[in-house]
Design a protein around this ligand. Structure first.
Ligand SMILES: [Zn+2]
Length: 104
């Protein structure tokens, strides 16, 4: 004499079309949580910046996470060349105590 319990179906999560890329295809790999990282063009290439300096803390800080980690290329959208330069400059800035190794 087991009484069957009936659960009402909850609202479907993540239903509906996601954000559209410039090509018109929906993003698949990025959850809405990461939407602000979806830029895929290297910012240094578009502005034709050939050198990044450890002195430009404001620019470098933009490519770190809240915790102070260097943002991976898949999130920042930088090309390999500029990502290498950026990482090297951030490390210099850290050693000079201009940027934190880790932010609490
Ligand atoms: Zn680049």
């Amino acid at each position: 004499m087991a009484e069957e319990r009936q659960f009402a179906p909850g609202p479907a999560e993540g239903a509906g079309p996601g954000p559209q890329s410039p090509d018109g295809a929906p993003y698949k790999r990025f959850s809405p949580h990461f939407q602000r990282f979806k830029r895929k063009v290297c910012r240094f290439c578009t502005k034709q910046i050939s050198e990044i300096s450890w002195k430009e803390i404001d620019k470098l800080t933009r490519f770190t996470t809240e915790r102070g980690k260097i943002m991976p290329r898949r999130l920042s959208g930088n090309c390999a060349k500029h990502q290498r330069m950026l990482a090297a400059e951030i490390k210099i800035a850290r050693l000079l105590a201009l940027m934190p190794f880790v932010r609490e």
